[in-house]
Design a protein around this ligand. Sequence first.
Ligand SMILES: C[S@@+](CC[C@H](N)C(=O)[O-])C[C@H]1O[C@@H](n2cnc3c(N)ncnc32)[C@H](O)[C@@H]1O
Length: 449
Amino acid sequence: MIGVFLILETLIMSKAPHLTGTSSQTSPASAPSRPMALLAPDVSRALALFEADKRSDALALSLQIVEQGRMGLPDACVLSVLMRKLDQAQTADALWANVADGLGQITEAGEGSVTAMLDTAHILADLEALDEVETLCRRAHEVAPNDEKTLNRLLAILTHRDNLPEAQAVAEAFCERNGDRFEILLYLATIFSHFDAKPAVVRFLDMARTRCKTKTQRAKLNYLLAANGMPVSDLDQHGMAVEIFDNFAESYDDKLELLGNRGPDLIFAALQEMDLPKSKKRRVLDAGCGTGLCAGFLRMYAKEIIGVDISVKMLEKSRAKGGYDFLARTDLSEIGTYPEGRFDMIVCADVLVYFGALKTVFSNFHSVLSPGGWLLVTVEDEEDPAVQSGFRLHKSGRYKHAQGYLLSTLAQVGFPKPKLLKQARLRNEMSKPIMGTVFAVQKSALSFG
Ligand SMILES: C[S@@+](CC[C@H](N)C(=O)[O-])C[C@H]1O[C@@H](n2cnc3c(N)ncnc32)[C@H](O)[C@@H]1O
């Protein structure tokens, strides 16, 4: 079962990894696993029995623990919820009264107590005990009102329960106290954008506008403004990508799992489906290589793997893993970085979602591919018939491309029809699949000029 927090964390990161990924402070907790260590072993066991649908065993053990008396606050919270779910309302109420007492006594914003409250809320969220989750998150935020994690968790539960007015009030109050932080303003805009709360989005973006300090911050902000339908005079793809990924590099691999990103897996599956010989003869370009997640499987197909990316921080991650023969900082939109025909295969996983028009990038790919060379790409699908002829920037800050547009643009730069063109789930957003296309196209072996 996907917990409330996990849903919101997934949402926020997948909508705008560039926002939450930019700072470990503004980002929601990155660990999706439940913080079970804070429970006493017996309570963990009772919970496990309940979740395994062994209700009578869970009840017997829970009653035994309650009878023994002394327990910590997280244990009391979990037991109270278990008792309620096991139809022991009276015991549940008595336990919760103790919890309320205990919560009232926490006045110090000590890291330990706040973390314990939020971690307990995380466990209860998985049990769908939303009232109890809300109580814990409210208290944690009262105790530590300037802590971004308590803000994040309280917003998570309020928005999950459709209490947008209060979520907005909480966010506004936070900004009044801490309003000079650019990243948090973008993060708040992202949350409210998801819930179509346009006035709140406009308000937070306006505040962010006045706190923009660097050119790349401006680029990122402009993308978010445009994604929310606000007029922007220019979009600086290069600056936006640098700002996002230089800041996202550190946590990228961890968060990928949470987002269920499948770009590299889909490229690998496409290679297998086409049954390309695993001859180690090819010169392969990983275009937008990021932290190097494609390098492992590419090695089976390559004698040489070159990784390029616009983000130095992402390239550093790749370098540390050691999967490439050569890495370079390159903008895929710039022409002439490599000599014609330099590569026998190009892969481009989950990169073109950051580009609108694709003609320049495809044309660059075409020129650096050798005759008969392969290009394998993933994109997000634009399904709105109104944009069938092109592409659109979505609130996520990512572009979706219509299939018709892809095919015509490939043809314009000289590629034939793709040999493989497949719809697939690219990642999850709010636990729903985001669909995309993986395609493989082979440059003609002969060209008649
Ligand atoms: C979502 S990551 C995907 C990374 C990798 N391909 C993977 O699948 O794990 C997108 C990558 O595209 C890179 N990128 C975005 N715009 C770029 C550009 N104009 N030129 C080169 N790389 C770019 C980013 O820096 C980032 O590393």
